[in-house]
Design a protein around this ligand. Sequence first.
Ligand SMILES: [Cu+2]
Length: 506
Amino acid sequence: MNKPTAKTFQLTALALTLLFAGCAPKSQSDAAPAKAQATASASSTATTTTSSESTITDDANLPVIDAVITHAPQVPPPIDRNHPAKVVVKMETVEKVMRLADGVDYQFWTFGGQVPGQMIRVREGDTIEVQLSNHPTSKMPHNVDFHAATGPGGGAEASFTAPGHTSTFSFKALQPGLYVYHCAVAPVGMHIANGMYGLILVEPKEGLPKVDKEYYVMQGDFYTKGKYGQQGLQPFDMDKAIDERPDYVVFNGSVGSLTGENALTAKVGENVRLFVGNGSPNKVSSFHVIGEIFDKVKFEGGKAVNENIQTTLIPAGGAAITEFKVDVPGNYVLVDHSIFRAFNKGALGILKVEGEENPSIYSHKQKDTVYLPEGAPQAIDNAKAPETKTPTDLKEQVAAGKATYDANCAACHQPDGKGVPNAFPPLASSDFLNANHKRAASIVANGLSGKITVNGSSYDSVMPSVSLNDQQIANVVTYVLNSFGNKGGQLTAEDVAEAKKTKPTP
Ligand SMILES: [Cu+2]
């Protein structure tokens, strides 16, 4: 559908050129390929055209520009031209050993010395001159197939380059979109599996809407003789590749390329655009950002925009542009939602968002309450509590109480007695506890519910009764009173027997 449209445009453009050829100043035809010249010629023709689109359509007269290309996750700057140009893209293929995961090295074949290859950004209608150099240390010939090119092999044949050579060819970016490029030298699968892919963005003439952050992420799968994580230099495994059983599925060429210090970043309120490619020789990607919804997805890198997308499918050899506004701070996890790949094979990255919380959009945990449905046991079984005999002194009693505490109380009040905010009140330095030791014994024996205030914070929850005998309760309360910064104290079994007759009241 698009092709005739592009052709029609070309014809129209050609007709325009012919139409205006007579009016064009002579000096323009011998224009040197320089930016300044381009600006001059663009303004000199401005009077003869009614559209903002310049009439520079004659390829020989196109201004020549060196492409700004970037390593992932960086993205080249947006195009600010309103006319086509001849964009020179210098690419180099390099074979080199690099880190695939911690302690795992791999002999990568690359564009530009990294995986993925550098991102290229051009404008619809530009002529791309590709100068592909194959480093003299390479053992293999390489080439490049641009999915953005129209012509046999996407340039593969034209760019076939032996080690120590440079090939030049050009193509016209007829149709806007986000496209994959990759090496296509036989065995093609092996060149791709070794990391030979990248993205080229062909911006539509009108450009892309401005956003605050743009990033370049490309998924790939890798096949190694050793299993995931097996240390050392891992050779490529052709059998696994043919069986489509990758050991690694990663973003940007290695496990951890987008985590920790390498995490992507944004601030609350910013619009983020991800240019996501899938260079994998085999696996399609179910690309998802945990905790976000894509406001817009140009699925498959094309023109159509879908909105409100949770997960977008990116075919092998395909791409997608996703956009979303980040509303609340936190770590958002980029994954292939074929989820074992994320947590067991490396397809995991982080977008770290900083800024103000917004509880109306996301509250974080507000409450943790005890769930005691009808018929559930209302008391905690003390099966795990150690046998008790009457302790002879305070030290022995505290030791016995500690064992009871660890087995019966620590799960909620925590081993250090500090509790859990909004859920379990602290026993450490608890004003509520220290105010009334016998009430504490009664709480353990009878349970407690209703609103209480401990050290200035209120709790409105349920503590089930803990079925301990009087001596055990005396021990555990004595332990607590003599630990965690509390003020000391001691209870006997007789004290507990007396205390538990009174239900505790806040
Ligand atoms: Cu290659």
